[in-house]
Design a protein around this ligand. Sequence first.
Ligand code: PGA
Length: 322
Amino acid sequence: MKESRTQARVGTLRQLEILLAVYHSGSISGAAKKLHLTQPTVSMQLRKLSEGMSMPLYYQVGRKLNLTEAGEAAVKTAIEVLGCFERLDMQLAGLKGLMAGTLNLAIVTTAKYFIPHLIGDFSRKFPQIDGRFHVGNRQQIIQRLRSGEDDFYVFSHPPDSDKLDMMALLPNRLQAISPLDHPLAAGAPEQQVSLEAFCQAPFLMREEGSGTRHAIEVHLTRLGLAPNIRMTIESNEAIKHSVMSGLGVSVLSEHTLAFGEQQGLAVLNVEHLPIVTHWYLAWLKDKPLSPVASAFLDYIKQPGREGIDWQESSDPLNGVLF
Ligand code: PGA
């Protein structure tokens, strides 16, 4: 029988699934590994999808695989279509009286310390629900938000977008830290250090795209100051350990500080610090919530939930950062 035009143009669900795996892993080999397929199978399915669409889906520069505009459109469709099937699965499970499925969360690095506590009770209540976490810096999470494939996003500096609904979770205080034997720590925590003196000390900064970095830069710029950046380090833990080993001072989320060892670390009392922000749970207004996502939102919204000082906020950004 002749294939219908739609089938020929759009490809099969499996091909869309393969394309999505390539998109996430950034390579044919990564997708093959994830889907337990051979690399030639992945390439062949992509070729068929591309032939069906009569357009190339990607091009390669060196080893890096880049999507064409048609490839990006196909990824967007794959996310929507596969998301619909996932929601259908959950609805069917719901009809059978089971709350089962996957909760997809994309969270910024600093939130990874408290999110597991937040969902602990939830997953005990619904043992059939799996959690899938994606952790990245602010920029990476914004990128995921654009593709719309997760149920919820956790930021402390969410993008200013009218496409998002948001709810404030915990406060996120960014504290000044130094090595314990640093001169600025001599009278800590009673003695206050001037922000100017703190800014002169060699500073260990997060990478471009980090919300922590963004908050520090905005705060200091407003006060007419800038940190004396000595090193850029892409991880909160690595910054903490570098400070502990005497490489410089920094400003990090108190949740990062509370996690793991603290030997050799001083939390400083610096004027105009800590920087106080909030984490926000954000979700796309136009994306239907799956039954699992709705159950999670109901759970989070229960007043008096232990450890969560939540409040609804129509303008959680207060126009501060953007
Ligand atoms: P990030 O997290 O520095 O890893 O981007 C910051 C945030 O709290 O938004």
